[in-house]
Design a binder for this molecule. Structure first.
Ligand SMILES: Nc1nc2c(ncn2[C@@H]2O[C@H](COP(=O)(O)OP(=O)(O)OP(=O)(O)O)[C@@H](O)[C@H]2O)c(=O)[nH]1
Ligand SMILES: [Mg+2]
Length: 461
């Protein structure tokens, strides 16, 4: 079965490369506000599990369509020979600099690629586009027009009227904001104008739809593993004797924070890779909200459960009596399970929201002492981690591959409150978190249950 291939062509700077990036889910495609960014025709395959579903060919914009059309008309031998005349043009102008871009963009079409002609519907239609469309008609290849919207204006109706003179299918397709369903619809629409591609494009659309579900489950599994890891993480350092040592404690505390933050960052990367966002810069300023302020009071208030929700969920029971929930959330220190060792530094010893981690001084069998910090026993901690992860996966899943700016977290619009999770789900999750806190691990059944619960949350995130 032949592989569907599309050449994305049009005027310079109309969003051709942006559409390639979106449809191929490839954030490495060069996009810029400068006209003439794309100089060479290049194919970008849309691959899933090593199988190529279709291929997009990014091309430079038309530069001298009017001149080229004059040449074609001068060599016209009738409708039946027009594709041949276009081919002769390309062969004769191979290496001729003034027609470099025309040759680049027409070669893949002459090699059998379908054509997606891109215009900017926010700018008025003009007669200067006609030679481009006429040249494409001369190629005789199946073609569709896409009206991209780069700016605020709306000239869609006039574009539609003009484009339908040259293209059997005209669609509005926003390169930066089009969602998954619009992409699928576009693939199926193209299948409808070229019957050799009907079956492969419908299969591609089905594969993408299945992939979308699979990605949610894979992202949920990664988030589940993240929760298990951070809820069982401990850090330790040797102590000269059994007495508290603020310097050692500060070091261990910093290590625990770092271990948790790095694990969270690794999960973010994995989730981004699942959604083919390999180039997304996780260290950029806007994204750091998701990675660096994990223990801030703001992170706890935005992403965690409210104190009453915590009490209702029963998360706090066993840790403190109900009446103490507010005091705990308000910042009172709480050290649990001091075990064999002495409690290190009373209130204020652990600064920040990770003050609710377990602290122990352990006598070592071979002599000497060890300060052990963690796991983090704050009942709200897993909810904060979960809320942040759900927000991240939602932003990544809806993010278009044509966008080049950092992952922006709009704090006003995008806050994700864990207490929006319904009560039954909250209880199930709380049971799993509690097992992790108490036993330091969960069994396979509970892990699967955790993945299932998170998958459901990713679906609604
Ligand atoms: N707001 C908005 N900007 C867009 C959209 N599509 C493209 N742009 C911007 O328009 C500019 C040109 O986009 P490209 O995809 O590089 O355009 P091109 O047609 O490939 O350009 P050349 O390769 O230079 O011919 C970039 O700054 C894009 O970010 C869109 O749908 N909305
Ligand atoms: Mg380009």
């Amino acid at each position: 079965m032949s592989l569907p291939r599309f050449a994305i062509v049009g005027h310079p700077n109309k969003g051709k490369s942006s559409i390639v990036a979106t449809l191929a889910e490839d954030d490495s495609v060069a996009i810029s506000p400068e006209p003439g960014t794309t100089r060479i025709a290049r194919a970008y395959p849309m691959r899933l599990d090593g199988v190529t579903l279709y291929e997009l060919i990014d091309t430079p914009g038309f530069q001298r369509a009017r001149e080229m059309l004059a040449w074609l008309n001068a060599h016209d031998r009738g409708a039946g020979a027009r594709t041949d005349v276009v081919r002769e043009f390309v062969e004769q102008h191979d290496g001729v600099e003034r027609f470099h871009d025309e040759c680049q963009l027409l070669r893949p079409i002459l090699d059998g690629a379908g054509t997606l002609y891109v215009v900017d519907g926010s700018r008025p239609y003009g007669a200067e586009y006609e030679p481009e469309m006429e040249v494409l008609r001369w190629t005789g290849q199946p073609r569709m027009a896409l009206i991209n919207m780069i700016g605020a204006g709306d000239h869609v109706d006039e574009w539609r009227a003009a484009l339908s003179q040259f293209f059997s299918i005209v669609r509005v397709f926003d390169a930066m904001r089009s969602d998954f369903d619009r992409r699928i619809e576009l693939l199926r629409a193209f299948g409808a104008i070229d019957e050799t591609w009907l079956t492969p494009l419908n299969s591609a659309a089905d594969a993408l739809a299945a992939e979308r579900l699979r990605r949610k489950t894979r992202a949920a599994a990664e988030i589940a593993d993240l929760l298990v890891d951070v809820l069982t993480t401990t850090e330790a350092a040797a102590l000269p004797d059994e007495r508290p040592d603020p310097a050692v404690e500060a070091t261990v505390r910093a290590r625990l924070r770092k271990t948790v933050s790095l694990r969270e960052l690794a999960a973010r990367r994995t989730v981004q890779e699942i959604y083919h966002h390999t180039g997304l810069e996780a260290r950029e300023a806007a994204a750091s909200f998701l990675t660096e302020d994990l223990f801030s009071a703001r992170s706890f208030s935005v992403f965690g459960l409210s104190s009453s929700q915590l009490a209702m969920t029963g998360a706090a029971s066993g840790a403190v009596a109900g009446g103490l929930v507010d005091a705990m959330l308000g910042g009172a220190s709480l050290f649990l399970g001091a075990g064999i060792g002495a409690l290190i530094g009373a209130t204020g010893a652990l600064v920040g929201s990770d003050r609710l981690a377990k602290v122990e001084v352990l006598g070592q069998p071979l002599g000497g002492y060890e300060l052990r910090l963690g796991p983090i026993t704050d009942p709200n901690f897993p909810w904060v981690m979960l809320g942040r992860a759900l927000l991240h996966v939602r932003l990544v899943a809806e993010r278009n591959h044509a966008r080049r700016e950092a992952l922006v977290l709009d704090a006003e619009r995008d806050e994700h409150h864990a207490d929006a999770i319904d009560a039954a789900r909250r209880r199930t999750l709380d049971g799993i978190f509690r097992t992790l806190r108490n036993d330091g691990s969960i069994d396979r059944r509970q892990r699967q249950q955790l993945i299932d619960e998170i998958t459901a949350l990713v679906e609604t995130a």
